[in-house]
Design a protein around this ligand. Structure first.
Ligand code: NIG
Ligand code: FE
Length: 405
């Protein structure tokens, strides 16, 4: 279950604790001395983490990992004064990335994403949700689904990058140029072709829509989420990012696993969210990158009792940030979370939003051995020393990724 309110502060810290791992799972947690006999019996290899913080790997529950090129031109235009929406209307934005994706081979898309995955792992992320969404056209979306599947298969079969991948079909992101003035037809293709394909091929677990001004309406998203749910895909939503659109309500109504962004969520919506099992996922990297002064009302969400999670929203347009450690610093420094609240939101609550809290997100016997060691003697120094990479060891399913003793 997700942590809410005061429970977000409950990290269950074991001073001087050790974790015993066998066959990819956590067997026991306790003082090193108490685990020694069992460790010998299991012939466990010792990794000395004295003086470091050992914690669950980060669960990044919102990324757009697979794209082509970058958006440095948009970045420069924005720094010169243009807004995100102005740039999108002028042919930059999502449609620019979609054009590049259409021209790029699956192999090249996979290669870039794989490089990023290595960085995620090096920064302590052990599970990453990956959305499609830069295909827009059904064909191109299917290409992205295949790339995500290839990333996942290789991440299991090959040596260097082994982190968990959770695929999401971002079915409505932006109306492609070829469908201008033909919205209804576009929705038909998504509902009749793309969703059944993704579900039948088991290429996605979740379905997402960008429900906002300039993107898609509540009614359009409701229809697409319902079609997804009918095929077994669990809804999540980009909600209340640019305006108060009613998307958070739609998320609650459709029993979405998560509603994400929430910069413009209303007081009544906060109360409704707190009564629901839908997670409020906050993405402060977007606010940093876009230079926005206001952040989502994290404290009000926590105080109302909503289950909050934190994620990077890694994407070329609004958040080229893949470090969950930097997200923790932003959550604390800009949204005034405590370090304990931020860590809970970036681990167990994010895992809950991906329907994996029974497997990952905390260090408990029986769970998958996804853990990281941070080169700090106090967990509060992780957000405090912002912009560092404190992670010196990443372990996914018991496999050591970046060992340094
Ligand atoms: O989560 N809001 C929509 N989607 C992305 C941005 C995509 C882009 O600009 O390329 C987001 O912020
Ligand atoms: Fe996003």
């Amino acid at each position: 279950m997700p942590r809410r309110g005061r429970d977000l502060d409950d990290l269950g810290i074991v001073p001087g604790g050790s974790v015993l791992v066998a066959r990819g799972r956590i067997v026991a947690i306790g003082r090193a001395g108490d685990l020694q006999a069992e460790a010998r019996r299991l012939r466990a290899r010792a990794i000395d983490c004295r003086g470091r913080v050992l914690m669950p790997g980060f669960v990044d529950s919102h990324t757009h990992l697979v794209f082509a090129g970058s958006r440095v031109e948009d970045y420069e235009r924005r720094l010169a004064g243009a807004s995100y929406e102005e740039i999108a209307r002028a042919g930059g934005g999502i449609s620019h990335t979609a054009r590049l994706v259409a021209e790029t081979s699956p192999r090249a898309l996979e290669a870039q994403a794989r490089r990023f995955l290595g960085e995620f792992a090096a920064h302590g992320t052990t599970t990453v949700e990956v959305k499609t969404g830069y295909g827009l056209e059904a064909e191109s979306e299917i290409k992205l689904l295949r790339v995500i599947r290839a990333l996942d298969r290789h991440s299991v079969a090959e040596g260097s990058i082994r982190i968990g991948i959770v695929p999401t079909l971002l079915a409505l992101h932006s109306l492609p140029a070829s469908y201008q003035g033909r919205r209804a037809e576009y929705l038909e293709t998504i509902v009749d072709r793309l969703i059944p394909f993704a579900a039948e091929q088991q290429m996605a677990e979740f379905i997402d829509c960008f429900c906002d001004r300039g993107a898609f309406t509540v009614d359009e998203c409701r229809r697409v989420l319902a079609a997804g749910a009918a095929h077994g895909l669990i809804p999540r939503l980009h909600a209340e990012q640019l305006t108060r659109s009613g998307a958070a309500r739609l998320g609650i109504e459709t029993k979405a696993a998560s509603v994400d962004h929430l910069d413009h969520i209303s007081a009544a919506d906060i109360r409704a969210l707190a009564r629901s099992s839908t997670v409020a996922t906050l993405l402060p990297g977007v606010n940093l990158h876009l230079g926005l002064k206001n952040y989502a009302p994290a404290r009000r969400l926590i105080e109302a009792g909503a289950a909050i999670a934190l994620a990077t929203d890694f994407n070329p347009g609004t958040s080229p940030i893949l470090s969950m450690q930097l997200i923790l610093s932003l959550a604390c420094d800009a949204m005034r979370l405590s370090p304990t609240e931020a860590i809970s939101a970036a681990t167990i609550n994010a895992a809950y939003s991906l329907r994996r809290d029974h497997e990952i997100g905390s260090l408990e016997p029986g769970k998958q051995a996804d853990l990281i060691a941070m080169e700090v003697d106090d967990y509060r120094k992780i957000p405090y020393y912002a912009g560092w990479n404190h992670c010196v060891l990443t372990v996914h399913k018991g496999q050591v990724l970046g060992a340094s003793g």
